[in-house]
Design a protein around this ligand. Structure first.
Ligand SMILES: [Zn+2]
Length: 506
């Protein structure tokens, strides 16, 4: 009787102005919802590129609040996480919270002009700030021996990349008296930045430095060898400060909280750029899935979405979450899905290798079930899939470390597409999956929208599947783990865990 009366009044309300309120009120009171139960097809059908791109435009605007970056703690990042939180709160479907903490932020930037012309440059972490103007002097060989360096007092050293640490080269240059140092790439293209790998070296002091392309360097070398003086100005700045920042965590109000389905993406970018692919693409995809899931009746299993902060500083937000999560709550997380870079311009379709068949790095037991769900999904769309390794380069790692079955999708970062990959997915062999990886040009034009939409639909498919049933995923008690692997790393080592960073210490 009471049910009927309430339903009736809810129905009359639903036809009027307050339909959303009425629906959430009855579901909240334990009455059957007017909404339909979620199905994979229905949730997938609500995902479209127009909505994905709408959020992308917002994220790009937010990056403009802080000089083109959404690095953690910047205005662009704060705007991003408030945007996500507000949209989720509006649905009334989720308990949404900020998990706030403080983490040290460090940023180095370099500007270079040569003979009055601006030259594109990347930078090195640990390099000192300072302003230097001096003639360029050449360093012999690859600059890995002290004997490669002439006396460099009052000079800026020009050194080729390769065969030893950047840090060693810069220290040798400082030891030889140079007031600045420029390293040039030994392969084509713009270098994505690097690290001096340790704060100090016995070989000499670090000096303000820049990191340029082979092509630019060749021009300078030619002039110098012809006896012309070439003058370089390096303007290097360094910021070191503690910043307060937040993960956004949203859990469906309904559903079994003893079987929580988790999906995550990182909300921050690198300081160098707006991070639309890395990881606007993953952040936006799970946001759209979350917003559309809210149109259905409460799920059978609770679904929790997470937007991790400071991934680019070494999986900081996800590590904080898993570390702070009490053992009993960790056990309730049935599985974790990670989406970091899913719209790379020269995309591959990579599924995390849960069973370890392709990479020899299996995920925790149950990860193979997630892998096979995604492989079947792409098979059914006649899309071939490659394998991504659980190599510690994104936010799945803290979950893997505590034994939570994990999986996810990615479309490639700085790695180079093979001939086979180009055959499978189109695009260009011999070119990086994302040529704008960790750079300023990771903007909206950098997003491959068809791949992004397909991956977002695959995410919808997986969330709807597991919201209804986690059949096949083991639910035995996992042995407790006290310390995560990432927690044992130094600040500097952590930074180089992020987003498939490769080969950047030499
Ligand atoms: Zn990333």
């Amino acid at each position: 009787m009471r049910l009927q009366v309430s339903l009736l009044s809810a129905l009359s309300l639903a036809s009027g102005f307050a339909s959303t309120v009425a629906q959430s009120e009855i579901t909240g009171a334990g009455f059957p919802s007017l909404k339909q139960p979620v199905t994979t097809k229905a949730l997938e059908s609500l995902i479209n590129r127009k909505n994905l791109l709408g959020h992308a435009e917002q994220l790009l605007k937010f990056s403009e609040l802080s000089n083109g970056t959404r690095a953690f703690g910047s205005k662009g990042h704060e705007a991003t996480i408030h945007y996500v939180k507000k949209l989720l709160e509006r649905t009334g479907y989720y308990d949404v919270e900020f998990q706030t903490f403080t983490w040290p932020y460090s940023e180095s930037t370099s500007k270079l002009t040569v003979d009055g012309q601006d030259v594109w440059t990347s930078t090195f972490t640990y390099a000192p700030g300072g302003d230097v103007t001096a003639p360029i002097a050449l360093v012999a060989n690859d600059g890995c021996q002290a004997s490669d360096y002439p006396v460099l007092t009052g000079k800026v050293a020009l050194i080729k990349r390769g065969n030893c640490d950047f840090g060693l080269k810069i220290a040798f240059a400082g030891g030889a008296g140079a007031s600045g140092a420029i390293i040039y790439n030994n392969v084509d293209g713009r270098p994505t930045g690097g690290t001096l790998a340790q704060p100090t070296r016995p070989e000499g002091p670090y000096v303000p430095s820049a990191y340029i392309t082979t092509v630019d360097a060749a021009g300078f070398i030619e002039k110098i060898n012809a006896g012309t003086e070439v003058s370089a100005t390096i303007h290097a700045t360094v910021i070191n400060e503690d910043r307060s920042t937040s993960n956004v965590i949203a859990t469906t109000k309904q559903g079994d909280r003893d079987n929580v389905i988790m999906a995550g993406a990182h909300s921050d970018s690198v300081p160098a750029g707006p991070g639309l692919n890395d990881d606007g693409s993953g952040s936006i995809a799970i946001l759209e899935v979350a917003l559309n899931l809210a149109k259905f009746r409460g799920p059978k299993n609770a679904v929790r979405f997470a937007w991790w902060t400071a991934e680019e500083f070494g999986l900081v937000g996800s590590e904080h979450y898993v570390t702070q999560l009490p053992e009993a709550e960790r056990q309730k997380v049935a599985l974790y899905l990670n989406f970091d870079m899913i719209a790379s311009p020269n995309s591959g379709y990579f599924v995390f290798d849960g069973d370890g068949n392709a990479t020899n790095v299996p995920g925790p037991s149950g990860s193979e079930v997630i892998e096979s769900l995604y492989r079947s999904y792409f098979d059914s769309h006649s899309i071939k899939t490659g394998s991504a390794v659980f190599g510690g380069s994104s936010d799945y790692q803290p979950f893997v470390d505590v034994g939570i079955p994990s999986g996810g999708l990615m479309t490639g970062a700085g790695g180079v597409k093979t001939a086979e990959g180009a055959e499978w997915w189109g695009g260009e062999a011999g070119v990086a999956y994302d040529v704008c990886y960790h750079q300023k040009c990771d903007n909206i034009q950098n997003l491959r929208v068809d791949v992004w939409e397909r991956n977002a639909k695959a995410i919808a498919h997986s969330i709807a599947t597991y919201a209804n049933s986690i059949q096949g995923i083991p639910r035995t008690t996992r042995p407790p783990v006290s310390s995560l692997r990432v927690s044992k790393l130094s600040y500097e080592e952590r930074i180089h865990l992020t987003c498939d960073h490769e080969d950047d210490a030499a």
